[in-house]
Design a protein around this ligand. Structure first.
Ligand code: HEM
Length: 467
Protein backbone atom coordinates (compact mmCIF):
# COMPACT_ATOMS: atom_id res chain seq x y z
CA UNK A 1 0.00 0.00 0.00
CA UNK A 2 2.88 2.35 0.76
CA UNK A 3 4.16 1.79 -2.74
CA UNK A 4 1.48 4.05 -4.33
CA UNK A 5 2.45 7.39 -2.64
CA UNK A 6 6.10 6.53 -3.18
CA UNK A 7 5.44 5.91 -6.90
CA UNK A 8 3.67 9.28 -7.27
CA UNK A 9 6.48 11.11 -5.44
CA UNK A 10 9.00 9.45 -7.72
CA UNK A 11 6.99 10.33 -10.84
CA UNK A 12 6.60 13.95 -9.68
CA UNK A 13 10.36 14.14 -9.11
CA UNK A 14 11.08 12.85 -12.63
CA UNK A 15 8.62 15.31 -14.21
CA UNK A 16 10.09 18.18 -12.18
CA UNK A 17 13.64 17.22 -13.22
CA UNK A 18 12.62 17.04 -16.88
CA UNK A 19 10.90 20.40 -16.64
CA UNK A 20 13.93 22.00 -15.03
CA UNK A 21 16.30 20.42 -17.54
CA UNK A 22 14.10 21.51 -20.45
CA UNK A 23 13.97 25.08 -19.09
CA UNK A 24 17.73 25.09 -18.60
CA UNK A 25 18.29 23.73 -22.12
CA UNK A 26 15.92 26.30 -23.66
CA UNK A 27 17.60 29.07 -21.71
CA UNK A 28 21.08 28.00 -22.81
CA UNK A 29 20.13 27.32 -26.43
CA UNK A 30 18.43 30.66 -26.93
CA UNK A 31 20.22 33.29 -24.97
CA UNK A 32 18.06 35.93 -26.72
CA UNK A 33 14.74 34.71 -25.36
CA UNK A 34 14.76 37.34 -22.65
CA UNK A 35 14.74 40.12 -25.22
CA UNK A 36 11.34 41.58 -26.00
CA UNK A 37 9.75 41.18 -29.42
CA UNK A 38 9.47 44.45 -31.36
CA UNK A 39 6.33 46.47 -30.58
CA UNK A 40 3.30 46.00 -32.81
CA UNK A 41 0.08 44.09 -33.30
CA UNK A 42 -0.17 40.52 -34.61
CA UNK A 43 -3.85 40.98 -35.56
CA UNK A 44 -6.26 38.04 -35.90
CA UNK A 45 -5.10 34.42 -35.58
CA UNK A 46 -3.56 33.23 -38.87
CA UNK A 47 -4.83 36.10 -41.08
CA UNK A 48 -3.04 38.61 -38.86
CA UNK A 49 -3.14 42.07 -40.47
CA UNK A 50 -3.16 40.87 -44.10
CA UNK A 51 -6.49 42.53 -44.79
CA UNK A 52 -5.39 45.88 -43.35
CA UNK A 53 -2.24 45.85 -45.53
CA UNK A 54 -3.81 44.73 -48.82
CA UNK A 55 -7.16 46.55 -48.67
CA UNK A 56 -5.65 50.03 -48.89
CA UNK A 57 -2.67 51.95 -50.14
CA UNK A 58 0.17 50.15 -48.30
CA UNK A 59 1.77 53.52 -47.48
CA UNK A 60 -1.15 54.26 -45.17
CA UNK A 61 -0.59 50.96 -43.32
CA UNK A 62 3.18 51.53 -43.00
CA UNK A 63 2.88 55.20 -42.02
CA UNK A 64 0.31 54.51 -39.29
CA UNK A 65 2.49 51.69 -37.87
CA UNK A 66 5.65 53.78 -37.89
CA UNK A 67 3.80 56.61 -36.15
CA UNK A 68 2.47 54.26 -33.48
CA UNK A 69 5.43 51.94 -32.89
CA UNK A 70 8.56 53.53 -34.38
CA UNK A 71 10.84 52.29 -37.16
CA UNK A 72 10.86 48.58 -36.17
CA UNK A 73 7.53 46.87 -35.58
CA UNK A 74 6.02 43.42 -35.72
CA UNK A 75 2.90 42.30 -37.57
CA UNK A 76 1.45 39.15 -39.15
CA UNK A 77 0.91 38.99 -42.92
CA UNK A 78 -0.18 36.12 -45.22
CA UNK A 79 0.16 33.55 -42.45
CA UNK A 80 3.67 34.67 -41.41
CA UNK A 81 4.89 36.63 -38.39
CA UNK A 82 6.92 39.57 -39.72
CA UNK A 83 9.14 42.38 -38.53
CA UNK A 84 9.01 45.51 -40.69
CA UNK A 85 11.93 47.87 -40.78
CA UNK A 86 11.78 51.46 -41.94
CA UNK A 87 15.07 53.02 -40.90
CA UNK A 88 18.10 53.17 -43.21
CA UNK A 89 20.49 51.90 -40.50
CA UNK A 90 18.33 48.90 -39.58
CA UNK A 91 17.78 48.01 -43.28
CA UNK A 92 21.55 48.03 -43.74
CA UNK A 93 21.93 45.59 -40.84
CA UNK A 94 19.48 43.16 -42.47
CA UNK A 95 20.77 43.47 -46.04
CA UNK A 96 24.48 44.05 -45.51
CA UNK A 97 26.09 43.83 -42.07
CA UNK A 98 24.12 40.85 -40.75
CA UNK A 99 23.04 39.51 -44.14
CA UNK A 100 24.18 35.97 -43.16
CA UNK A 101 21.43 35.91 -40.50
CA UNK A 102 18.66 36.82 -42.97
CA UNK A 103 18.10 34.62 -46.00
CA UNK A 104 15.97 35.64 -49.01
CA UNK A 105 12.53 34.04 -48.95
CA UNK A 106 9.79 33.57 -51.55
CA UNK A 107 6.52 31.61 -51.70
CA UNK A 108 7.16 27.97 -52.67
CA UNK A 109 4.97 28.36 -55.79
CA UNK A 110 7.26 31.13 -57.09
CA UNK A 111 10.27 28.91 -56.54
CA UNK A 112 8.62 26.16 -58.58
CA UNK A 113 7.87 28.50 -61.44
CA UNK A 114 11.18 30.31 -61.66
CA UNK A 115 13.17 27.19 -60.77
CA UNK A 116 14.77 26.26 -57.46
CA UNK A 117 18.29 26.90 -58.74
CA UNK A 118 17.65 30.58 -59.56
CA UNK A 119 20.00 33.09 -57.93
CA UNK A 120 17.37 34.78 -55.71
CA UNK A 121 16.78 31.72 -53.54
CA UNK A 122 20.38 31.10 -52.52
CA UNK A 123 23.06 32.17 -50.07
CA UNK A 124 26.72 31.11 -49.75
CA UNK A 125 29.03 29.56 -52.29
CA UNK A 126 26.51 28.78 -55.05
CA UNK A 127 25.07 32.29 -54.82
CA UNK A 128 28.54 33.88 -54.99
CA UNK A 129 29.39 31.83 -58.08
CA UNK A 130 26.15 32.83 -59.83
CA UNK A 131 26.59 36.50 -58.95
CA UNK A 132 30.06 36.50 -60.47
CA UNK A 133 28.66 35.08 -63.72
CA UNK A 134 25.71 37.47 -63.85
CA UNK A 135 27.84 40.52 -63.02
CA UNK A 136 30.35 39.54 -65.71
CA UNK A 137 27.58 39.79 -68.33
CA UNK A 138 26.05 43.02 -66.99
CA UNK A 139 29.09 45.12 -66.07
CA UNK A 140 29.62 48.32 -68.08
CA UNK A 141 32.38 46.77 -70.24
CA UNK A 142 29.96 44.05 -71.41
CA UNK A 143 26.82 46.12 -71.92
CA UNK A 144 28.56 48.99 -73.77
CA UNK A 145 28.56 46.82 -76.89
CA UNK A 146 24.82 46.35 -76.69
CA UNK A 147 23.99 50.04 -77.22
CA UNK A 148 23.38 49.91 -81.01
CA UNK A 149 21.02 46.94 -80.61
CA UNK A 150 19.24 48.49 -77.62
CA UNK A 151 18.88 51.64 -79.69
CA UNK A 152 17.23 49.87 -82.61
CA UNK A 153 14.92 48.01 -80.20
CA UNK A 154 13.90 51.37 -78.66
CA UNK A 155 13.34 52.95 -82.07
CA UNK A 156 11.22 50.02 -83.27
CA UNK A 157 9.08 50.25 -80.14
CA UNK A 158 8.58 54.00 -80.42
CA UNK A 159 7.73 53.80 -84.13
CA UNK A 160 5.12 51.13 -83.42
CA UNK A 161 3.42 53.45 -80.88
CA UNK A 162 3.22 56.49 -83.19
CA UNK A 163 -0.27 57.98 -83.43
CA UNK A 164 -1.81 55.22 -81.29
CA UNK A 165 -3.44 55.08 -77.89
CA UNK A 166 -1.14 52.74 -76.01
CA UNK A 167 -0.96 51.18 -72.57
CA UNK A 168 2.48 52.44 -71.55
CA UNK A 169 3.26 49.61 -69.11
CA UNK A 170 2.27 46.85 -71.58
CA UNK A 171 4.36 48.40 -74.36
CA UNK A 172 7.33 48.99 -72.05
CA UNK A 173 7.13 45.32 -71.06
CA UNK A 174 7.67 44.35 -74.69
CA UNK A 175 10.67 46.70 -74.94
CA UNK A 176 12.26 45.48 -71.70
CA UNK A 177 11.57 41.84 -72.61
CA UNK A 178 13.39 42.30 -75.92
CA UNK A 179 16.34 44.04 -74.22
CA UNK A 180 16.50 41.25 -71.60
CA UNK A 181 16.66 38.65 -74.40
CA UNK A 182 19.41 40.68 -76.10
CA UNK A 183 21.46 40.66 -72.92
CA UNK A 184 20.97 36.91 -72.50
CA UNK A 185 21.27 35.58 -76.06
CA UNK A 186 23.07 38.41 -77.89
CA UNK A 187 22.48 38.40 -81.64
CA UNK A 188 20.86 34.93 -81.49
CA UNK A 189 17.93 36.54 -79.70
CA UNK A 190 15.90 37.16 -82.89
CA UNK A 191 15.95 33.44 -83.71
CA UNK A 192 14.14 32.47 -80.52
CA UNK A 193 12.25 35.64 -79.58
CA UNK A 194 8.75 34.56 -80.63
CA UNK A 195 8.89 31.08 -79.07
CA UNK A 196 10.40 32.39 -75.85
CA UNK A 197 7.86 35.19 -75.71
CA UNK A 198 4.89 32.84 -76.23
CA UNK A 199 6.01 30.53 -73.38
CA UNK A 200 7.15 33.28 -71.02
CA UNK A 201 3.85 35.17 -71.35
CA UNK A 202 1.90 32.02 -70.35
CA UNK A 203 4.31 31.46 -67.46
CA UNK A 204 3.87 35.01 -66.17
CA UNK A 205 0.06 34.62 -66.11
CA UNK A 206 0.58 31.92 -63.50
CA UNK A 207 2.97 33.86 -61.23
CA UNK A 208 0.30 35.09 -58.88
CA UNK A 209 -2.19 32.25 -59.35
CA UNK A 210 -3.22 29.68 -56.73
CA UNK A 211 -0.66 26.86 -56.88
CA UNK A 212 -3.17 24.20 -57.96
CA UNK A 213 -1.60 21.94 -60.55
CA UNK A 214 -4.75 20.58 -62.21
CA UNK A 215 -5.49 20.67 -65.97
CA UNK A 216 -7.12 23.97 -66.91
CA UNK A 217 -5.72 26.06 -64.03
CA UNK A 218 -3.40 29.01 -64.71
CA UNK A 219 -0.78 27.35 -62.54
CA UNK A 220 -0.92 24.14 -64.60
CA UNK A 221 -0.62 26.08 -67.88
CA UNK A 222 2.29 28.04 -66.42
CA UNK A 223 4.12 24.89 -65.36
CA UNK A 224 3.64 23.43 -68.86
CA UNK A 225 4.98 26.63 -70.44
CA UNK A 226 7.94 26.49 -68.07
CA UNK A 227 8.75 22.97 -69.26
CA UNK A 228 8.59 24.15 -72.87
CA UNK A 229 10.87 27.11 -72.06
CA UNK A 230 13.42 24.71 -70.58
CA UNK A 231 13.24 22.62 -73.79
CA UNK A 232 13.87 25.68 -75.99
CA UNK A 233 16.81 26.63 -73.78
CA UNK A 234 18.20 23.07 -73.99
CA UNK A 235 18.05 23.34 -77.79
CA UNK A 236 19.90 26.68 -77.75
CA UNK A 237 22.54 25.23 -75.42
CA UNK A 238 23.16 22.24 -77.66
CA UNK A 239 23.46 24.44 -80.79
CA UNK A 240 25.98 26.67 -79.01
CA UNK A 241 27.96 23.66 -77.81
CA UNK A 242 28.15 22.30 -81.36
CA UNK A 243 29.27 25.65 -82.78
CA UNK A 244 31.91 26.11 -80.06
CA UNK A 245 31.91 29.91 -80.44
CA UNK A 246 32.52 32.31 -77.54
CA UNK A 247 29.59 34.60 -76.76
CA UNK A 248 29.78 37.83 -74.84
CA UNK A 249 26.27 37.55 -73.32
CA UNK A 250 24.71 36.07 -70.18
CA UNK A 251 24.28 32.63 -71.71
CA UNK A 252 27.95 32.73 -72.78
CA UNK A 253 28.90 33.65 -69.22
CA UNK A 254 26.83 30.76 -67.77
CA UNK A 255 28.32 28.31 -70.27
CA UNK A 256 31.89 29.40 -69.41
CA UNK A 257 33.99 26.24 -68.96
CA UNK A 258 35.39 26.86 -65.51
CA UNK A 259 32.10 27.40 -63.74
CA UNK A 260 30.26 24.42 -65.31
CA UNK A 261 26.64 24.97 -64.37
CA UNK A 262 24.17 22.19 -65.20
CA UNK A 263 21.60 22.79 -67.95
CA UNK A 264 18.90 22.96 -65.27
CA UNK A 265 20.81 25.62 -63.31
CA UNK A 266 21.28 27.63 -66.51
CA UNK A 267 17.58 27.39 -67.43
CA UNK A 268 16.41 28.41 -63.94
CA UNK A 269 18.69 31.42 -63.94
CA UNK A 270 17.77 32.58 -67.42
CA UNK A 271 14.07 32.45 -66.59
CA UNK A 272 14.94 34.18 -63.29
CA UNK A 273 16.81 37.02 -65.00
CA UNK A 274 13.95 37.65 -67.45
CA UNK A 275 11.62 37.78 -64.44
CA UNK A 276 13.90 40.21 -62.55
CA UNK A 277 14.62 42.41 -65.56
CA UNK A 278 11.35 42.92 -67.36
CA UNK A 279 8.49 44.20 -65.20
CA UNK A 280 10.80 46.17 -62.89
CA UNK A 281 12.36 48.20 -65.70
CA UNK A 282 9.01 48.54 -67.50
CA UNK A 283 7.38 49.96 -64.34
CA UNK A 284 10.17 52.50 -63.92
CA UNK A 285 9.88 53.53 -67.58
CA UNK A 286 6.12 53.96 -67.15
CA UNK A 287 6.73 56.31 -64.20
CA UNK A 288 9.37 58.20 -66.22
CA UNK A 289 6.76 58.86 -68.93
CA UNK A 290 4.26 59.99 -66.28
CA UNK A 291 6.60 62.28 -64.35
CA UNK A 292 7.87 63.89 -67.54
CA UNK A 293 4.26 64.54 -68.62
CA UNK A 294 3.39 65.97 -65.18
CA UNK A 295 6.50 68.19 -64.94
CA UNK A 296 6.87 70.25 -68.15
CA UNK A 297 9.95 72.11 -66.89
CA UNK A 298 11.76 68.83 -66.24
CA UNK A 299 10.68 67.53 -69.67
CA UNK A 300 12.02 70.72 -71.25
CA UNK A 301 15.38 70.44 -69.44
CA UNK A 302 15.76 66.72 -70.29
CA UNK A 303 14.84 67.40 -73.94
CA UNK A 304 17.46 70.16 -74.17
CA UNK A 305 20.13 67.88 -72.73
CA UNK A 306 19.23 65.11 -75.19
CA UNK A 307 19.02 67.50 -78.17
CA UNK A 308 22.51 68.76 -77.34
CA UNK A 309 23.75 65.17 -77.78
CA UNK A 310 22.00 64.90 -81.15
CA UNK A 311 23.52 68.22 -82.31
CA UNK A 312 27.03 67.24 -81.26
CA UNK A 313 26.66 64.05 -83.34
CA UNK A 314 25.39 66.06 -86.30
CA UNK A 315 28.29 68.54 -86.03
CA UNK A 316 30.86 65.76 -85.97
CA UNK A 317 29.18 64.23 -89.03
CA UNK A 318 29.09 60.88 -87.23
CA UNK A 319 26.33 58.33 -87.66
CA UNK A 320 23.55 58.88 -85.15
CA UNK A 321 24.15 55.88 -82.91
CA UNK A 322 24.39 56.65 -79.24
CA UNK A 323 27.65 55.74 -77.54
CA UNK A 324 28.56 54.93 -73.96
CA UNK A 325 30.29 58.35 -73.81
CA UNK A 326 26.98 60.01 -74.85
CA UNK A 327 25.16 58.32 -71.97
CA UNK A 328 27.74 59.74 -69.55
CA UNK A 329 26.77 63.24 -70.74
CA UNK A 330 23.15 62.64 -69.70
CA UNK A 331 23.63 64.02 -66.17
CA UNK A 332 20.32 65.80 -65.78
CA UNK A 333 18.41 62.89 -67.35
CA UNK A 334 20.16 60.51 -64.94
CA UNK A 335 19.04 62.63 -62.00
CA UNK A 336 15.48 62.54 -63.37
CA UNK A 337 15.71 58.72 -63.43
CA UNK A 338 17.10 58.64 -59.88
CA UNK A 339 14.24 60.82 -58.68
CA UNK A 340 11.75 58.57 -60.49
CA UNK A 341 13.26 55.53 -58.76
CA UNK A 342 12.96 57.30 -55.41
CA UNK A 343 9.45 58.72 -55.68
CA UNK A 344 7.91 55.69 -57.41
CA UNK A 345 9.86 53.13 -55.29
CA UNK A 346 8.38 50.38 -57.45
CA UNK A 347 9.63 47.71 -55.06
CA UNK A 348 8.13 49.00 -51.81
CA UNK A 349 9.99 46.37 -49.78
CA UNK A 350 11.82 43.07 -49.99
CA UNK A 351 11.58 39.86 -47.93
CA UNK A 352 14.14 38.10 -45.76
CA UNK A 353 13.78 35.36 -43.13
CA UNK A 354 15.74 35.09 -39.86
CA UNK A 355 17.86 31.90 -40.02
CA UNK A 356 18.23 31.86 -36.21
CA UNK A 357 17.02 33.88 -33.23
CA UNK A 358 18.55 37.31 -33.79
CA UNK A 359 19.26 40.02 -31.24
CA UNK A 360 18.28 43.01 -33.36
CA UNK A 361 18.83 46.43 -31.83
CA UNK A 362 17.63 45.19 -28.43
CA UNK A 363 14.67 43.20 -29.83
CA UNK A 364 14.34 39.51 -30.49
CA UNK A 365 13.61 38.48 -34.07
CA UNK A 366 12.74 34.78 -33.67
CA UNK A 367 14.08 32.19 -36.15
CA UNK A 368 11.72 31.75 -39.12
CA UNK A 369 10.12 35.20 -38.85
CA UNK A 370 10.02 37.27 -42.04
CA UNK A 371 11.86 40.58 -42.05
CA UNK A 372 10.84 43.33 -44.49
CA UNK A 373 13.10 46.34 -45.12
CA UNK A 374 10.66 49.03 -46.31
CA UNK A 375 12.49 50.79 -49.18
CA UNK A 376 9.57 53.08 -49.90
CA UNK A 377 9.44 54.44 -46.34
CA UNK A 378 13.18 55.11 -46.35
CA UNK A 379 12.89 56.89 -49.72
CA UNK A 380 9.91 58.92 -48.51
CA UNK A 381 11.29 59.94 -45.11
CA UNK A 382 11.66 63.71 -44.74
CA UNK A 383 14.83 63.06 -42.67
CA UNK A 384 16.46 61.55 -45.75
CA UNK A 385 14.79 63.58 -48.53
CA UNK A 386 13.30 66.97 -47.56
CA UNK A 387 9.82 67.55 -48.99
CA UNK A 388 9.80 63.86 -49.98
CA UNK A 389 6.57 63.80 -52.02
CA UNK A 390 7.86 66.47 -54.41
CA UNK A 391 9.35 65.29 -57.73
CA UNK A 392 12.62 67.22 -57.70
CA UNK A 393 15.47 65.69 -59.76
CA UNK A 394 17.90 68.44 -58.70
CA UNK A 395 18.00 66.98 -55.17
CA UNK A 396 20.40 64.37 -56.63
CA UNK A 397 22.96 67.07 -57.45
CA UNK A 398 24.13 66.19 -53.93
CA UNK A 399 24.60 62.50 -53.08
CA UNK A 400 21.98 61.13 -50.70
CA UNK A 401 23.07 60.11 -47.16
CA UNK A 402 24.62 56.61 -47.12
CA UNK A 403 22.11 53.73 -47.32
CA UNK A 404 19.09 56.00 -47.74
CA UNK A 405 18.69 55.42 -51.50
CA UNK A 406 18.28 51.74 -52.39
CA UNK A 407 16.12 51.36 -55.51
CA UNK A 408 18.34 48.43 -56.49
CA UNK A 409 18.60 46.97 -52.99
CA UNK A 410 21.77 46.74 -50.94
CA UNK A 411 24.37 44.14 -50.01
CA UNK A 412 24.83 40.56 -51.22
CA UNK A 413 21.60 40.40 -53.24
CA UNK A 414 21.66 43.97 -54.64
CA UNK A 415 20.57 44.18 -58.27
CA UNK A 416 23.34 43.02 -60.65
CA UNK A 417 21.32 44.37 -63.62
CA UNK A 418 21.20 48.00 -62.46
CA UNK A 419 23.65 49.32 -65.09
CA UNK A 420 21.70 47.65 -67.88
CA UNK A 421 18.40 48.95 -66.49
CA UNK A 422 19.72 52.53 -66.39
CA UNK A 423 21.21 52.20 -69.88
CA UNK A 424 18.00 50.97 -71.52
CA UNK A 425 16.01 53.71 -69.77
CA UNK A 426 18.46 56.40 -70.97
CA UNK A 427 18.38 55.14 -74.57
CA UNK A 428 14.58 55.11 -74.67
CA UNK A 429 14.30 58.54 -73.01
CA UNK A 430 16.79 59.96 -75.55
CA UNK A 431 14.61 59.01 -78.53
CA UNK A 432 11.31 59.66 -76.75
CA UNK A 433 12.13 63.24 -75.77
CA UNK A 434 13.94 64.26 -78.95
CA UNK A 435 11.31 62.90 -81.38
CA UNK A 436 7.94 62.61 -79.63
CA UNK A 437 5.35 64.26 -77.39
CA UNK A 438 2.58 62.45 -75.54
CA UNK A 439 -0.49 63.07 -73.42
CA UNK A 440 -1.98 60.93 -70.69
CA UNK A 441 -5.50 59.65 -71.44
CA UNK A 442 -7.96 59.07 -68.57
CA UNK A 443 -7.39 59.50 -64.83
CA UNK A 444 -4.00 61.06 -64.07
CA UNK A 445 -3.33 60.39 -60.44
CA UNK A 446 -4.52 56.86 -59.62
CA UNK A 447 -1.97 54.30 -58.49
CA UNK A 448 -2.09 50.48 -58.63
CA UNK A 449 -0.24 48.39 -56.06
CA UNK A 450 1.11 44.85 -56.30
CA UNK A 451 3.42 43.43 -57.07
CA UNK A 452 4.87 46.66 -58.51
CA UNK A 453 3.64 50.16 -57.90
CA UNK A 454 2.19 51.49 -61.17
CA UNK A 455 0.15 54.42 -62.51
CA UNK A 456 -3.52 53.45 -62.80
CA UNK A 457 -4.39 51.18 -65.77
CA UNK A 458 -0.74 51.07 -66.84
CA UNK A 459 -0.85 54.75 -67.96
CA UNK A 460 -2.73 54.96 -71.27
CA UNK A 461 -1.07 57.64 -73.45
CA UNK A 462 -1.34 59.01 -76.96
CA UNK A 463 2.03 59.49 -78.60
CA UNK A 464 2.80 61.53 -81.70
CA UNK A 465 5.83 62.83 -83.55
CA UNK A 466 7.01 66.28 -82.45
CA UNK A 467 5.96 68.98 -84.87
C1 HEM B 1 14.83 49.57 -62.83
C2 HEM B 1 14.83 48.27 -62.88
C3 HEM B 1 15.21 47.37 -61.74
C4 HEM B 1 14.99 47.52 -60.41
C5 HEM B 1 14.29 48.68 -59.70
C6 HEM B 1 15.58 46.37 -59.75
C7 HEM B 1 15.58 46.18 -58.37
C8 HEM B 1 16.17 45.10 -57.75
C9 HEM B 1 16.26 44.93 -56.33
C10 HEM B 1 15.73 45.91 -55.28
C11 HEM B 1 16.89 43.75 -56.10
C12 HEM B 1 17.27 43.18 -54.73
C13 HEM B 1 16.13 42.41 -54.14
C14 HEM B 1 16.45 41.91 -52.76
O1 HEM B 1 17.45 42.28 -52.15
O2 HEM B 1 15.63 41.11 -52.27
C15 HEM B 1 17.19 43.15 -57.38
C16 HEM B 1 17.79 41.93 -57.56
C17 HEM B 1 18.07 41.38 -58.79
N1 HEM B 1 17.92 42.00 -60.02
FE1 HEM B 1 17.13 43.79 -60.35
N2 HEM B 1 16.10 45.54 -60.70
C18 HEM B 1 15.92 46.12 -61.92
C19 HEM B 1 16.34 45.65 -63.15
C20 HEM B 1 17.05 44.48 -63.33
C21 HEM B 1 17.59 44.03 -64.59
C22 HEM B 1 17.51 44.81 -65.91
C23 HEM B 1 18.17 42.81 -64.36
C24 HEM B 1 18.90 41.90 -65.31
C25 HEM B 1 19.24 42.17 -66.51
C26 HEM B 1 18.01 42.50 -62.95
C27 HEM B 1 18.44 41.36 -62.33
C28 HEM B 1 18.37 41.13 -60.97
C29 HEM B 1 18.81 39.88 -60.35
C30 HEM B 1 19.36 38.65 -61.07
C31 HEM B 1 18.62 40.04 -58.97
C32 HEM B 1 18.91 39.02 -57.88
C33 HEM B 1 20.31 39.23 -57.33
C34 HEM B 1 20.67 38.26 -56.21
O3 HEM B 1 19.78 37.65 -55.62
O4 HEM B 1 21.88 38.19 -55.94
N3 HEM B 1 17.33 43.55 -62.36
N4 HEM B 1 16.75 44.00 -58.38
Amino acid sequence: MEFVPFFFCFLALIILSFTLLHSLFSFLSSGNRKLPLPPGNMGWPYIGETFQLYSQNPNVFFASKVKKYGSIFKTHILGCPCVMISSAEAAKLVLVTKAHLFKPTFPASKERMLGKQAIFFHQGEYHTKLRKLVLRAFMPEAIKNMIPRIQSTALNSLQSWEGRLINTFQEMKTYTFNVALLSIFGEDEVLYREDLKRCYYILENGYNSMPINLPGTLFHKAMKARKELAQILAKILSIRRENKQDHNDLLGSFMGDKESLTDEQIADNIIGVIFAARDTTASVLTWVVKYLADNPSVLQAVTEEQEAIVSSEEESGAKKVLTWADTKKMQLTSRMIQETLRVASILSFTFREAVEDVDFEGYLIPKGWKVLPLFRNIHHSADNFPDPEKFEPSRFEVSPKPNTFMPFGNGTHACPGNELAKLEILVLVHHLTTKYRWSVVGPHNGIQYGPFVLPQNGLPIKLSLKS
